[in-house]
Design a protein around this ligand. Structure first.
Ligand SMILES: C[S@@+](CC[C@H](N)C(=O)[O-])C[C@H]1O[C@@H](n2cnc3c(N)ncnc32)[C@H](O)[C@@H]1O
Length: 347
């Protein structure tokens, strides 16, 4: 039975989340993937109903990865990653911009302040939309940054064709049941000549789907992050082109020779913290930090302070962290495949 909480979360879909996967990756068959793709809304909302508070606790209000300079603080690096995308896209004051899969609005608020553009965030998760509005009001940005509840596979229905100067998506469109669907919707809602920028989650050219270790890493990322099916860089590029975009720039930013890898905060190695304040962020991912969170969540769930199933989603986040770090170390996975693409002016 559906039990809708006052904050927009649905108890049963959090508790049901892990049933979409076979916990043994070697047993995860095509019918499981097909089922997740067919039920992508339940998979993703179940995941984010359970994971949002954990993300905010462990990461902040921008739910994405970033590159690090030596000595650069965690929060500064997240903001720099957002500024970089905005700059690559050429976002300007006064533009109307859509943030696809906007989370709780961390990037939308930052990019709005960085560019003076007007931003609309779209998200299918009620709980996140509520939090996004609350934080945006507190930041005094509610006239410049607004939010709409909706499925990003139905953007044309929601916004109409040719309604945005620019569209960006940060680590969100990997949740789509297929890339051609979401990129095709984005093309249509852009004005002719409009720009699309994305940080996409992809398996790299080194990933071999017949290799059991590679397969288990992709599976760990799927189950741990609410992703129906991980896909490759080649599939991403092909989908962007197939729907009619002209690619202006594409690059795996994880291939840049950074001294500190993008996955370092997940490794839980406190000695790698870049600033004093980052010790706390990194500690939460360390053995002792996970131990504390694990037991605290059990108690919070038992006394009803977090919805049933949150602890189990928390466990899947650990699976995710291990798979993301392994995928990053082996360069089989990137969370920052950057594509800047333009809608032809004459289409
Ligand atoms: C990893 S989070 C990234 C959020 C945000 N871009 C950020 O960087 O903070 C992915 C987001 O995509 C949203 N999302 C996933 N599938 C969606 C869909 N079909 N329609 C709208 N939003 C969706 C999730 O609710 C979540 O907010």
């Amino acid at each position: 039975m559906l039990s809708l909480l006052a904050d927009g979360r649905v108890n049963s879909r959090i508790a049901n989340y892990t049933q979409f996967w076979d916990q043994d990756s070697s047993q995860d068959k095509k019918e499981h993937t097909d089922n997740r793709i067919a039920n992508y809304t339940d998979v993703i909302n179940g995941y984010y109903d359970g994971a949002t508070e954990l993300y905010e606790y462990g990461w902040g209000t921008s739910f994405h990865f970033s590159r690090f300079f030596k000595g650069e603080g965690f929060v500064q690096s997240l903001a720099r990653h957002e500024h970089y995308l905005a700059a690559q896209m050429g976002l300007r004051p006064g533009m109307r911009v859509l943030d696809v899969g906007c989370g709780v609005g961390g990037p939308a608020r930052e990019i709005a302040q960085f560019t003076d553009a007007t931003i609309v965030g779209v998200n299918n998760n009620d709980f996140q939309i509520g939090r996004a509005r609350k934080y945006t009001k507190a930041a005094g940005l509610e006239s410049q940054v607004t939010y709409v509840k909706g499925d990003f596979m139905k953007l044309v229905e929601q916004f109409g064709e040719g309604s945005f100067d620019a569209v960006y998506a940060i680590e969100a469109t990997v949740h789509a049941p297929n890339w051609e669907g979401i990129y095709g919707q984005i093309l249509k809602i852009l004005k002719p000549g409009g720009v699309f920028g994305v940080y996409e989650w992809c398996m790299t050219d080194r990933w071999d789907k017949t290799n059991p270790l590679h397969k288990s890493i992709a599976h760990g990322i799927e189950v741990g992050d609410g992703i129906p099916e991980m896909r490759t860089i080649d599939e991403c590029r092909a989908a962007v082109k197939a729907v009619g975009f002209q690619i202006e720039h594409e690059e795996d930013l994880a291939e840049r020779p950074d001294p500190i890898p993008w996955y370092y905060p997940l490794e839980g190695d406190i000695s790698k913290a870049q600033t004093f304040w980052d010790y706390i962020t990194v500690w939460r991912m360390s053995w002792s930090g996970k131990f504390v969170t694990h037991h605290a969540l059990r108690i919070l769930e038992a006394v009803g302070l977090v919805p049933k199933g949150t602890w189990e989603v928390g466990e899947t986040l650990k699976t995710a962290a291990a798979a993301l770090v392994k995928g990053g170390q082996m360069k089989l996975f990137t969370p920052m495949y950057l594509v800047i693409a333009r809608k032809p002016a004459s289409s």
